[in-house]
Write a protein that binds this ligand. Sequence first.
Ligand SMILES: O=C(O)C1=C[C@@H](OP(=O)(O)O)[C@@H](O)[C@H](O)C1
Ligand SMILES: C=C(OP(=O)(O)O)C(=O)O
Length: 420
Amino acid sequence: MTRTAKLTIIPPGKPLSGRAMPPGSKSITNRALLLAGLAKGTSRLTGALKSDDTRYMAEALRAMGVAIDEPDDTSFVVTGSGRLLPPKAPLFLGNAGTATRFLTAAAALVDGTVIVDGDEHMRKRPIGPLVEAMRTLGIDVTAKTGCPPVTVKGTGRFQADRIRIDGGLSSQYVSALLMMAAGGDRPVDIELVGEDIGALGYIDLTTAAMKAFGAKVEKTSPVTWRVEPTGYRAADFIVEPDASAATYLWAAEVLTGGAIDLGVPAGAFSQPDARAYDMIARFPHLPAEIDGSQMQDAVPTLAVLAAFNETPVRFVGIANLRVKECDRIRALSTGLNRIVSGLAREEGDDLIVQSDPALVGRHLPAEIDSFADHRIAMSFALAGLKIDGITILDPDCVGKTFPAYWRTLAALGVTYQDND
Ligand SMILES: O=C(O)C1=C[C@@H](OP(=O)(O)O)[C@@H](O)[C@H](O)C1
Ligand SMILES: C=C(OP(=O)(O)O)C(=O)O
């Protein structure tokens, strides 16, 4: 399929109203796929996301002997043997952070060699802390550059019972170790060290999914979890809608003064980004400072919204946005300044959005580089709802987590000029 090079958004000039469902959660789908793949028996996942990131996870599991059927657009039927087999070729996981980190750890449960690799972006995303932590259990794992590719020579056995992990760069390291630990041969204590980790809520998603697949995991201190070597049990599992995807719809609603029915109340989400709802609801009176540390994937949404706020907003606690799909702090400041020079600036790892409610209704032609990052493309599309001339480069990159994004906005009344 040829990719669309650019897409210009035509401001709808009216409130966006109607029904628009976010897809299934990427984070939960990829946890459930892995745990179902590690279990013995058949698990049915419904409400799941089908996108680049979950396709990479499913393909990798298939390559390790797991049977996965896809009876419809939102279901996976996963049959595992209780053991992953060594794949014949390196696992290619694109730029899917969850799939890459979770499978690196899970590869320790395979009897044989697994090479975990990704695209040129993933090859710049750090995985050193996870690799070091796995080594302390006696696992033979190497990542020459500190980023993928990673080679794991697993045995399914551990030589120690305690891991200390610094999750400052990515909470996914901690989630990966927790999910791995239940498949080992002894109880393991996993202790967080170092700076506060981003979005602790992702750890809660992990332990909840583990329990749904029969694992025994207990929080024994504010920074320690004990995981028993229970393995996993097949289960039927409902994936909730994606809270990060919901943030674009919540923001489109407040920006245009519309009424968008997501089919699920904000309070029903268990994912960290649902916290952004209360913040978005305060628009155009967003606070002077927003701590993005516990709702990181919502920061691009909030930053673009902040451009239309009545007063400037400083985003703090977002340092690890520099090691996401792209350097999101740089991508946001670059894109906002392309719309109007001076609209944003970086101070260390903080992002300051200058805010200008008078942007509404102006003709400000700007080509926004997505940097191959779905969230940069999706958040800058919001600017195009109020400013004439916003063009998103590489709009198909939304396929990472929300392939129907442009169609979903179109169903609410947004139109585009296809520049191809
Ligand atoms: O565990 C998860 O599902 C995720 C954790 C977060 O990443 P980090 O832990 O790398 O910050 C988040 O940005 C990512 O989209 C999904
Ligand atoms: C950071 C993200 O993804 P991942 O780390 O799973 O690639 C994201 O979806 O915003």
